[in-house]
Design a protein around this ligand. Sequence first.
Ligand SMILES: [Zn+2]
Length: 496
Amino acid sequence: MNLLTDAWIPIQQQGSYQKITLQQLLCGEQSGELCLPRDDMELACLQLLCAITQVLFTPKNKKELGQYIQQPMTAQDYVEISREKMSWFDLNHAKTPFMQIRGVKSTQPTGMDKLLAGVADGTNKAFVNPQGLGEVLCGGCAAIALFNAANNCPSMGGGFKGSLRGSTPITILIRGKELRQTIWLNVLTEETAEAAMPWYQNTKDQLPNYLDTVKADVKIAASTIGLNRGLLWQPAHFELLPPKASGCCSCCGCIEPVYDGFNKAKFNYTVEGVWPHPLSARIFTVKKGEKEEKFPSFTTTAPTWTHLSRLVVDQQTDKEGQQTAPVIQQARTFMASDKIQLIVGGYRNNQATILERRHELFSLAQGWATHGEVIHQIIAAGLAYKTALRKALYLFAVGIKDKVHGSGINLCEPAETNYYQQTENLLHYSLASVDYAAPSAALNAQNGKLKAMVTALFEQATEPYRQEPKMLKALALARRSLNKSLQELKPEGANT
Ligand SMILES: [Zn+2]
């Protein structure tokens, strides 16, 4: 099973499902949307396709990238260039199987479900995953799962190293008109790669670490890891057991040769510093003169739009800052005058347990690239109205010491959840439709609606307590607080 020649890419077009090869996809012979029953596997599949394409066909400059985006490549080019790296992408290669190490010793094999994030360990797995998922996987799904575990998931636990981006990074990709375009929009040119990692030229001939292995206990500076090596970094020692002749893949449902387990072994080394992954924003703080960098991740239940500012806007002060993903930096240079669609995804975890997975689409109207402050204003307003609601309900619960007796009833959490649910579409709409050059009218309209929603949510939350004489003072206090906050946030002030 070789990812460069076999038909492993699950595609749906006009209701029909089939698997196609990378050559068919990049040469424009087949197209459609990726189709897998799990949204995280779909996202990982897209990431893997982008990584393979990046590794095989890094365009020199913007012009060459533009040609790839516009025109499918020729079969001859595909075959010629991909031939050199056949041994990188063979799942069953005798010496260098894809994302695996030969000769991994473990006392007993691990089930394939451990490779699928959140199947074996999720607290609510019965609700999230159809039963039986992960028992056996076909070659394509096994490759996607290996890649996903290496890039997007917490490590397998004590003694197993996690991905170069930490345990559950947020991944951001640009969406094109069709899958082939989407892939190219997420490939860096040599120029962008050099800007993101100044060591790019010196390291571009490096092999992946499953071909040129890392020695035990070494320290590796992130700034010595080249683009190809970093994209295909396998943090752990895994080896799939030989495939069974045929079976029904528990993920995609196809009848194909299947894998039913893998060996894993602990392996230690240290990567020092942060590797600038093409599909990740980075945030940093300066503490005692030292810059601490990390990748944003979903740490709370707050919706994805609350993170969008730090994913697409660069900002820097003496003490902290945020830098968008190299792929977004690149898009700014040739998509600034267009609207852009972004795919944002990742897991939320508690150590090794996956609590939630996300895979969402955002549209940003034309002007997004040069008016980061507007994106910031839209999101800041969305958060400020939420805070106004919380603050009022908090006062309702606790009152003011020695003055107003609190109700003792904390309505903050359910009200916040309702707020996020009811405002989600509005925030998406604002980002997609605002006139970034002259945003006042749209911001005023958005904030007027947010105000109405907050007022209604406050009334709805406190309604059951309006007849309680003991709570009347707390309710009046809360309402005063809400009105004061809303007054300060009045829509007219939104653009100042
Ligand atoms: Zn499958």
